[in-house]
Design a protein around this ligand. Structure first.
Ligand SMILES: *[C@@H]1O[C@H](CO)[C@@H](O)[C@H](O)[C@H]1NC(C)=O
Ligand SMILES: *[C@@H]1O[C@H](CO)[C@@H](O)[C@H](O)[C@H]1NC(C)=O
Ligand SMILES: *[C@@H]1O[C@H](CO)[C@@H](O)[C@H](O)[C@H]1NC(C)=O
Length: 357
């Protein structure tokens, strides 16, 4: 019998045979966990979908953290879909099924889209943990440290800072675990996913800002109490979407003694810490192609007056679009009555909308 050559990368072979291992974001299947499941026994860890062995171990050793990680998985899904609602690829692939035999690995092909999802996932998990420390949901952590520098006159440190440090330590321990496994697929893919996860965490560090509350006689704000808090995840996602649009294609090449990811076309320079990188070019996402993770844009809503990615030209890939009308019911002719209520009438308005052919 002919020996199978190693032209087929191990990762791909693994996908074909096991449709397993190669993914670092299968933990996002946790978003399907029923809200009624209250994780307070180590046996519950076995009921959770998508975990690799070291993640399951983390679950058993830190049960209370799991509820927060499940919340993070839900956040990733919601935020990704919202951030990409105006794009041809609308984050459809993120709905990781809890049944691993139904798993389609299109986010593991090393595309620009997977770069975004890994970065957002890494940012989201650390974000959620950092804020769970602040809100008192986790017993093993509390507020972040008070900054060392002295604040400006009129300001003082107080309140409870988001515990970014704890979030980053525990978040990366969990979300990087699949890429740290020996069998986890090709070296190039692992490097790519780890790099992009770190870009996500850097975007999170950049989102730690000063937040203040006013005090003083009748809101005069003569004194402000301030702490370091994280911006909303949706703002971090917008930052990462900009990085997605300018992501750099890389190749896996020997650099010195080891193989590394280096930019493909540009001058010889190392990959930058704040840029997303990808190995595989993406399809245009115009037509349906299950293998490539494209659901196509047929029946997607488009905007006739926009000149951006949600314009009918761009969204429908030149196929044209169908108008339909929608009846909106709104409150109108509102009147203020002394004292103290408002009455409104209901008005109907017909708006024209468009969907791609
Ligand atoms: C676990 O949580 C459930 C639901 O809140 C509760 O009914 C049960 O008593 C808890 N079990 C333990 C061991 O704390
Ligand atoms: C993404 O687009 C597909 C194809 O048009 C559609 O079926 C799906 O509902 C969309 N997903 C979201 C979250 O909008
Ligand atoms: C369509 O795009 C225009 C211009 O960007 C914007 O003002 C408008 O709100 C959009 N309409 C819808 C229905 O999203």
């Amino acid at each position: 019998m002919k020996k199978t050559s190693n032209t087929l990368p191990l990762c791909l072979l693994t996908i074909l045979l096991l449709s397993q291992i190669c993914s670092g974001i299968k933990w996002l299947a946790l978003s399907h966990t029923p809200t009624s499941l209250h994780i307070n026994q180590t046996q519950h860890c076995k009921l959770l979908p998508g975990l690799v062995s070291s993640q399951a171990q983390l679950c058993r050793s830190n049960l209370e953290l799991m509820q927060t990680i499940i919340a993070a998985a839900r956040e990733v899904k919601k935020t990704c879909q919202k951030t990409f609602a105006d794009m041809r690829w609308n984050c459809s692939s993120i709905d990781i099924p809890s049944d691993s035999s139904k798993y389609r690995p299109d986010l593991d092909r090393g595309t620009r889209e997977s770069a975004f999802v890994y970065a957002l996932s890494a940012a989201a998990i650390s974000h959620t943990i950092a804020q769970a420390c602040t809100s008192g949901d986790l017993r093993l952590c509390s507020c972040g440290p008070i900054p060392g520098e002295i604040p400006e006159p009129g300001y003082r440190w107080g309140g409870c800072a988001d515990n970014l440090h704890y979030g980053l330590v525990m978040g990366s321990k969990f979300s990087d675990a699949p890429m740290k496994m020996k069998k986890a697929g090709s070296h190039a893919n692992k490097l790519m996913h780890l790099h992009n996860s770190e870009v996500g965490r850097q975007a999170l560090r950049d989102a730690l800002v000063m937040k203040c509350k006013c005090h003083g006689v009748s809101g005069s704000c003569s004194i402000r109490t301030c702490w370091r808090g994280l911006q909303d995840l949706k703002d971090i996602a917008i930052d990462l979407k900009t990085k997605y649009l300018s992501a750099t294609k890389v190749v896996h090449r020997p650099m010195g003694t080891r193989k590394q990811l280096v930019p493909k076309d540009i001058d010889i320079r190392p990959v930058r810490e704040n840029e997303l990188v990808y190995l595989q070019s993406s399809p245009d996402f115009c037509a349906k192609n299950d293998k490539l993770g494209s659901v196509g844009t047929q029946d997607r809503q488009c905007n006739k007056t926009s000149i951006g990615s949600d314009s009918c030209d761009m969204m429908c890939c030149g196929r044209g679009y169908n108008p339909y009308t929608e009846k909106l019911v709104e409150r109108c002719h509102c009147k203020y009555h002394w004292c103290c209520y408002v009455t409104c009438k209901k008005c109907e308005r017909i708006v024209e909308r468009y969907v791609c052919k």
